[in-house]
Design a binder for this molecule. Structure first.
Ligand code: HEC
Length: 240
């Protein structure tokens, strides 16, 4: 009886194995090369590819000079596909896409191919809030910043990689755009209980969990996109 059981087990195991192989052949996936095999490095390769494809199909011009292609691709994935940075860092939801490339609209206004508006891509200027200021007469709008590289080639107004990591990990506003109110001012101050030293609205409490490599990839991607003029606190002619 025991022997019979063993034989039965061996036979069924063999049958299951051949069924898996046959299914693999039928569905075209080679064993060990499944679309997602929970192998981290393969997942990252897919993200790199998805990021590069997204950028080229959405019409985002990239300057790849002196840049690691994989890091640009991974950064594009995190910025465009997962992080939706441009959802907030565009100028206005109405101009996020080109007039015929807006996938939220019906045909024939939408021509079927999503196309990001290069004139507003990550240039900042979307207005959120307002949050309370020093008193009811001084509400404080929260305005997304320009993340594009300036003439230094470094992203978001020339910030270094270590500044960028600090911002993404802690939310510290290095530009002090809206300090906390002390007494009766200053005019642009954020009222209690908001911490004016920290970026508001910006999802840094989520992004702070990204790895160093992922933050470096975002930074690399943001230095590969075209410079745009404008955005809160930016000097004139930041591109040249
Ligand atoms: C929900 C909207 C939103 C999303 C999504 C978002 N941001 Fe922001 N971000 C903001 C706002 C608003 C500010 C300015 C906040 C303030 O002034 O308090 C900001 C500020 C920043 C700053 C500070 C800029 C500076 O000059 O110091 C950086 C860097 C930044 N965002 C990067 C990113 C990146 C990278 C992504 C995507 C991975 C992203 N943001 C996604 C809304 C957003």
């Amino acid at each position: 009886m025991k022997e019979k059981n063993k034989l039965f087990k061996a036979l069924t195991a063999g049958a299951v194995f051949s069924a898996v192989v046959v299914a693999g052949l039928l569905f075209g996936s080679k064993p060990g090369l499944a679309d997602n095999d929970n192998n981290g490095s393969q997942d990252e390769k897919q993200m790199v590819q998805i990021g590069l494809t997204f950028a080229s199909s959405a019409g985002i011009q990239l300057n790849m000079n002196h840049k690691d292609r994989d890091m640009v691709g991974l950064g594009s994935y995190l910025v465009n596909v997962a992080g939706d940075c441009n959802g907030c860092h565009t100028n206005n939801p109405a101009t996020e896409y080109t007039p015929t490339g807006n996938p939220y609209l019906l045909s024939p206004v939408f021509n079927g191919t999503k196309k990001i508006n290069p004139a507003t891509y990550l240039g900042g200027g979307s207005v959120f809030g307002p949050l309370p200021g020093v008193d009811a007469a001084h509400p404080v709008p929260i305005i997304s910043r320009n993340l594009t590289p300036d003439k230094t080639g470094r992203p978001e107004g020339g910030n270094t990689l270590s500044d960028f990591k600090l911002i993404m990990r802690t939310g510290k506003d290095l530009d002090h755009a809206h300090p906390s109110c002390t007494g009766s001012g200053p005019a642009n101050c954020l009222g209690f209980p908001f911490n004016g030293e920290l970026l508001q609205v910006m999802p840094w409490p989520n992004f702070q969990n990204l790895t160093d490599r992922q933050l470096e990839a975002i930074y690399t991607f943001l230095s590969a996109i075209p410079c745009l003029e404008g955005g809160p606190g930016e000097p004139a002619n930041r591109c040249k």
